[in-house]
Design a protein around this ligand. Sequence first.
Ligand code: PEP
Ligand code: MG
Length: 838
Amino acid sequence: MTIAQPDILPPSNLVRLGAAPADKEAAIREAAQLLIAAGCIDPQYADSMMRREDVAETYLGHGVAIPHGKVEDRGMVRRNGLSILQVPEGVEWNAGQTVHLVVAIAAESDAHIDTLRRLTNLLQDEEHLKKLFTTNDTSDIINALSEANAEPEADGAPAEDLDERFEWTVDYPSGLHARPASAWVAAARKASGSVQVRKGTAVADAKSLVSLLRLGLRQGDTIVISADGPDASSAIDRMQATVTSLSAQEKADAQAAKGPEPTAKGWTPPEEMPVIAGIGASPGLSIGPIHIYAPAEIAIADTPTPLNEGGNKLHEALTVTQTQLRVLADDTLRRLGEAEANIFRAQAELLHDTDLITLACQLMVEGHGLAWSWNEAIERTARDLESNDNEVLAARAADLRDVGRRVLARIDPSLENRDGDPLPAEPCILVAGDLSPSDTAGLDVERVLGLATVQGGPTSHTAILARTLGLPAMVGGSEALLDLENGTEVILDGQAGRLYPKPSASAIASARDWLAAQEEQHKREIAERSLPARTTDGHQVEIAANINRPDQIELALSQGGEGVGLMRTEFLFLERSSAPTEDEQYETYRAMLDGLEDRPLIVRALDIGGDKQVPHLNLPREANPFLGVRGSRLLLRRLDLLATQLRALYRAARDGESSGLSIMFPMITSVGEMQRLRAVADSIRDELDAPKVPLGAMVEVPAAAIGADILARYVDFFSIGTNDLTQYGLAIDRQHPELAAEADALHPCVLRLIRMTVEGAAKHGRWVGVCGGIAGEPFAASLLTGLGVNELSMTPRDIPAVKAALRETSLSALKALADKALACETAAEVHALDREEL
Ligand code: PEP
Ligand code: MG
């Protein structure tokens, strides 16, 4: 094992054993004196060390403190050095903190970061540390600092496996990238002991995403996964199950990433043309001027932050960003799909990485500002990943920077880079070195015709998002892309992965002809989207869209949506630091109603709790948030939130022209809840002299479905939230990394709950909608229609296919299909009916 011995490690004359300083100042001055004597610092630097104590915390924890001077006094450092004062009896640092090792640091630049890292490692080994507090041998201390630096992956390290182990050959075609790695981490974290992954002599902590990614595992690598601790054997079983169960999905993703086989339908250039080659990432052809995307550099001032304040702020920024990413994942799941949502779940996992957070804290301890330290920690880790000579890891560096920027914007909102590089008014093809998933997910698809990047592979998150957004894209293009001038006219072929700069008039004409033919076909589809979803025997199902913002109405209607069946209002509360006021909410609801004219708009009252946490509401933490104060339970406890929202809604209903508003309440479990909610709504309506608005209940828990015949008396309609009904019906956390795939809404028992809801509603002449994810799947939508559901509400892009499926068949056939499904024993049998029937 080779151990780097940076020159900052103290020689023995800089270690003083058995010191007994009277107080903290005496300790700091004594340690400083050692550095002065060794010629490391000017004598005044001792004063600088004292000044730092006034503005920052230098106690590292576990009896160790690291006094050092202020950043602006670095000029007093003559050469890097470290002195150590051992205080066996201890000296009080701050109230309640006793220090036994004073590690005084003199560093011109970041030479002592390594020392800090070693110290942090040492802090994790308390036994060892305690011995150092009383040892009589200076070399114990010097060696300890050296050993704590030992990298497990150092050359030739005789890396050892833990007690229980299994060997596996990586068969993920894209290697171990962040999405499967985060599933490994989740499985490893359930173990009480350690879980490690070894490739040759390199060892990673399976509980740390960055550590795992650093291994740079590729397909064909043989690894050993091992665990220790009391539950080592079950930990290994779990790891094995997780690791191997992901293989099929990884292979399927890799296949999908290759994109469709080129077909005769693709465009063939009519002549030889100059070309910049890359990898086709998302099919389609676009013609237009390029815009080179170069986000404005953010200058981050290095303003020292007191450690406590910095730590708290960092914690808060990380927590808020994690919530934001969960919301983004949720939203992406609804808009785009599971794989796309996982991009942001994996990003959230990066924020749990202790190495990253430790590094940021160490930089703060050194005296740097919070924003600077965080950015530096992200950059160093990202560079480390990039240097791994593995394109998959390089792509993860982009994710890390992306997520890092989100945290930075939370630490200091002025560092948000939203308007860094505005797009030109004319639609353009965006050319960039790289694009982060957030950049791509947030693109205005009306103004961007296509994407071409230098970095990235077909499995990069940007490529996945481009495919889902339907934007032609090429990745992995040559650097020549960036040499093009802004505004250069190009043809981008996202299927072939080719960009043709300055095409001739005849090439443009040929490409335009090809596009016109495609457009013609697309128009036919659009025309059919607006036809009602009427079965061949004349039964019509209402088709609505799940959207949350007025600017999505146009898309919803253009896809054939006949109204809005679910507006999730949590999005007005999440992603901001305070609750929206009544007036702000009113404006949004008014804009929704006005935009929809008289079409239906079903607004769901705030559904907070479970996976949707809003930090600024300061709600107490719960052991089981999904079973706790969530949805309507919260609304009834926080009448301030409920009343504000209802007032805004009733005002919007009263003041506008539209009569389409309905309100529904999430997670209703009992008649009592509905009665109380209705009473609050009625009194607000009276007070505002507002019109009556239908009030509905979401059916999301089995109790509501089973008791639907009773509940129906108290509601005007039901809307079934199959995402939650499945979660609660099958008792599977909808976000559980191992189980979520089994949370199948087509499980026959979930279908039975839906049937009970429909039957209960019918007894009182109420209508039933479904607004959970399955409403947007053609086969499931057919089944739901057969079960007697009257309305289906889904993500806009799912509408045309659902409408087409319903128009193709008869209600009587769908009823027969539903009966068969209800008689099935398993979800798999229900799915098999898809192939049989449709
Ligand atoms: C559902 O549970 O199906 C639903 C539509 O609500 P959400 O997904 O917002 O919990
Ligand atoms: Mg729900």
